[in-house]
Write a protein that binds this ligand. Structure first.
Ligand code: UD1
Length: 417
C-alpha cells in the first residue's frame, strides 16, 4: 500500500500547472478505437487510470505509444474480444469501451466496471440508450454482452443528465445509420471535448454542451490530432488548497469559466482571487465566511469538489451546509475530518459544518479519489503530521500530486509500506 505523509501548515506559493482532464481522457482513449487509423491525443495526464485504459487497449491488440503527455493510438490490428474482468474492474470509465466497441463492431463484451464506491452507480441509462439504437443487452451476473445487427439513429431522453450515459450513447451512435438526438444530455465541458474529438475524426455531432445533442451517423472516421482540456477538478482541488494555505499561489493552465460555481462560492467566503485568462492566483484570507453548497450537474457546483471544499468549510466562521445530490455515498471523508478535529454531522445527504476548528494531524484514509484530495487539503492545513493511507485512489486521478505540491512549498512524502 502507498501512503502520503504531510507536514502541515506550510505556506504554498509559486505555480502549479494543471494537467489534462482525467474525465475527458478516460473517454477519449476508448473513443479513439472508432477509427481504423491513428489518433494522437496530447495533454494526457500520467495517472493510473490512463495506464488502466492502455492495458485494455493492449488486450484488444491496439498499439499505443506514449511520450511526454501525448499518446498515439493505432487500432490497425485491433481484435474485438471480451474485456477481462480484471481490466474492466480497475476503473469506472472502462464502460466507455461498451459504447465504442458497439459503435465500431456492433458488439461489446465486458464486465461491470469498477471505480470509487461513492454510490450504487447503475448503468441502466447507458444500456437503455444502446437498446434505443437497436442493440440487445444480455447480462449474466457481472458480465454484459451488447450487440446489434444494425445500429439505427433514435431519439433518446435521459431521465438524468448522466455524463457517462451521454458520452457512451455518442460513441455508439456516431457510426449508426440516421440521426440520434439525446435530450436532457449532460453539459459538462468534458462532453464538449469528446464531441470535438469525434468531429475531428469526421463525426457529425452538434449541440454538445447544451442539453440536446444531435448526432448524424457517418460511415467512416479518420485519423486526427486532439488536445485534452485542462482538468477543472484538479484545478479546483489546488485552488481550494491555495485558499487554505496559499500566498499568491498561481494555478496555471485552467479555463476559469469551467470553475464559475467554485469561484463564486470562494468569493462569498472572502477568499482573495486574482483571475487571469488561463490562470488564477489564490491566497488564504484572514477569516472565511460560512456558506452553503448544493452539488448539481454542470454548471452547478461539482460533486467532485464537494469533499475538498468541505475541508475549507471547517475553517469558516459559523455554520455551513453541504447538500450532496448526485452520489448517495459521498461523505466517507467526514469521519476522518472529524478525527482531525472538525465538527461535522451528516443527516439526509446534508453535512453541517461548524467552524472554525483547528485541524490536527493524525492517520486518515483516502476512501476514494476525491475524499483522498480532501485528506491532502486537510493535511496541508493541519498542525503536525498527517498520514494518509490507501493513496492509490489519489494517484488514479492526480498527476504528480506530491511533486506539484512540494514545488510550491508543501512537505509531502510518498511511501510504499
Ligand atoms: C462522472 C464523473 C464523476 C462525477 C460524475 C458526476 C467520469 C469518469 N466520472 O461519473 O467524476 O462525479 O460524472 O459529475 O467522468 N445514474 C443512473 N443511471 C445511469 C447512470 C447514472 O442512475 O445509467 C445516476 C448515478 O447513480 C448518479 C448520477 O446519475 O446518481 C450521475 O451519474 P453520472 O453523471 O453518470 O456519473 P458518471 O458518468 O459515472
Amino acid at each position: 500500500m502507498k501512503i502520503i505523509e504531510i507536514e502541515g501548515q506550510k505556506e504554498l506559493t509559486g505555480t502549479i500547472r494543471v494537467s489534462g482532464a482525467k474525465n475527458a481522457t478516460v473517454a477519449l482513449i476508448p473513443a479513439a478505437i472508432l477509427t481504423d487509423e491513428t489518433a494522437t491525443i496530447c495533454n494526457v495526464p500520467e495517472i493510473t487510470d490512463t495506464d488502466a485504459l492502455c492495458d485494455i487497449l493492449e488486450e484488444l491488440n491496439v498499439t499505443t505509444k506514449r511520450a511526454s503527455e501525448s499518446i498515439i493510438i493505432d487500432p490497425t490490428d485491433m481484435v474485438n474480444k471480451e474485456i477481462s474482468e480484471e481490466h474492466s474492474r480497475k476503473l469506472r470509465a472502462s464502460y466507455y469501451f461498451m459504447g465504442a466497441l458497439l459503435g465500431k463492431y456492433k458488439r461489446a463484451e465486458m464486465h461491470f466496471p469498477g471505480g470509487c464506491s461513492i454510490g450504487a452507480r447503475p448503468i441502466d441509462l447507458h444500456l437503455k440508450g444502446f437498446e434505443a439504437l437497436g442493440a440487445k443487452v444480455t447480462n449474466d451476473k457481472n458480465k454484459y454482452i451488447v450487440e446489434a445487427e444494425e445500429l439505427k439513429g433514435a431519439n433518446i431522453y435521459l431521465d438524468f443528465a448522466s455524463v457517462g450515459a451521454t458520452i457512451n450513447i455518442m460513441l455508439a451512435a456516431v457510426k449508426a445509420t440516421g440521426t440520434t438526438i439525446i435530450d436532457n444530455a449532460a453539459k459538462e465541458p468534458e462532453i464538449v471535448n469528446i464531441a470535438t474529438f469525434l468531429n475531428n475524426m469526421g463525426a457529425r455531432i452538434t449541440g454538445a454542451g447544451t442539453s440536446t445533442i444531435k448526432i448524424k451517423g457517418v460511415e467512416e472516421l479518420h485519423s486526427c490530432f486532439h488536445e485534452v482540456i485542462p482538468d477543472r477538478i484538479e484545478a479546483g482541488s489546488y485552488i481550494i488548497m491555495g485558499a487554505l494555505c496559499g500566498k499568491k499561489l498561481k494555478i496555471d493552465n485552467i479555463i476559469p469559466e469551467h470553475l464559475d460555481s467554485l469561484i463564486s462560492k470562494l468569493e462569498e467566503m472572502g477568499v482573495e482571487l486574482n483571475i487571469g485568462r488561463d490562470y488564477m492566483e489564490v491566497s488564504k484570507p484572514e477569516k472565511y465566511n460560512a456558506t452553503n453548497i448544493k452539488t448539481a450537474v454542470y454548471p452547478g457546483f461539482p460533486t467532485d469538489l464537494q469533499q475538498p471544499f468541505t475541508v475549507l468549510l471547517t475553517q469558516s466562521e459559523g455554520k455551513s451546509k453541504v447538500l450532496e445530490t448526485i452520489w448517495e455515498n459521498r461523505f466517507m471523508h467526514v469521519p476522518y475530518l472529524n478525527n482531525l478535529g472538525a465538527d461535522i454531522t451528516v443527516k439526509n445527504q446534508t453535512a453541517t459544518i461548524i467552524g472554525p476548528r483547528q485541524l490536527k494531524g493524525r492517520t486518515v484514509v483516502a476512501t476514494d479519489l476525491r475524499a483522498g484530495a480532501a485528506m491532502v487539503a486537510a493535511g496541508l492545513a493541519a498542525k503536525g503530521k498527517t498520514t494518509i493511507t490507501n493513496v492509490e485512489h489519489i494517484l488514479r486521478g492526480y498527476e504528480q500530486i506530491v511533486e506539484k505540491l512540494n514545488n510550491v512549498g508543501a512537505k509531502l512524502t510518498l511511501k510504499e509500506i
